[in-house]
Write a protein of this length. Structure first.
Length: 242
């Protein structure tokens, strides 16, 4: 593994702190920001038709997500890169589905200042937040580097992701950066380790990295037997049980 790849994978692990801070700070959003976010979401154009294989992402968004997951999950001796793991497919399906549409979120307001314990407090569905956040991040990249996120250098992408995770980057459209980062980070991690039936964790490679045995919850007796040793059986997913 090269030094650069190690740094990226360390970022993926270390960004839990940023993600947790983002999740905790998502609720603390002032009313003016919410109003700006409401205005920003409809203004994001569809830009281009969805490429083949994607249910939600348009061409520009797909390029962003593919560059994102390949940077956060680089190919090395530990795992394939993010797109080979299908993390981008997982994200697209999640955004196109019930979660992305906010079907289990209360979306009728009032949109007032909340507390961290109140959770997600935006007038945007996760899909709207993702779309507006990608557009805002690309706008920042064009201003800072002259190119969109998928076209900048690896070191510049790293700067952008650290800026998002720490809140050092601000979006001109008023969208709360940390709320976007929390959602972005959450979906990458889910795409790495969720059941392959949802599009990510292809060939159960994510589970293999952490030694997770799969969906059969009968491994309690194996904990001591295989402590510090690789589990000898291949992990099983939902589709393996049908």
């Amino acid at each position: 593994m090269t030094k650069q790849e190690l740094d990226r994978r360390d970022f993926l692990k270390g960004a839990v702190v940023g993600g947790a801070a983002a999740a905790g700070g998502t609720a603390a959003i002032a009313t003016p920001e919410i109003a700006l976010a409401q205005q920003a979401a409809p203004a994001v154009p569809a830009a281009a038709p969805a490429p083949a294989g994607y249910a939600f992402l348009n061409l520009d968004e797909a390029a962003f997500v593919e560059a994102l997951v390949d940077h956060m999950v680089p190919a090395d001796e530990i795992s394939p890169k993010g797109t080979d793991l299908g993390v981008n497919i997982y994200i697209d399906r999640a955004l196109a589905g019930a979660w992305g549409k906010g079907e289990r979120l209360y979306m009728q307001g009032p949109w007032k200042l909340g507390t961290p314990s109140q959770g997600y407090q935006l007038p945007l569905t996760p899909a709207q937040l993702y779309r507006a956040g990608i557009e805002a991040t690309n706008a920042h990249c064009r201003k800072a580097y002259g190119k969109s996120f998928d076209r900048i250098e690896d070191a510049q992408r790293q700067e952008v992701l650290i800026g998002l995770s720490t809140g050092k980057i601000s979006f001109g459209n008023g969208l709360p950066v940390r709320a976007f980062w929390a959602t972005l980070y959450q979906t990458v991690i889910e795409g790495m380790y969720s059941d392959p039936i949802y599009g990510g964790n292809r060939n159960k490679a994510g589970w293999a990295i952490i030694g997770f045995p799969g969906v059969i919850a009968v491994h309690r007796d194996h904990v001591e037997q295989y402590r510090g040793k690789p589990f000898p059986n291949k992990p099983l997913g939902i589709s393996d049980m049908s």
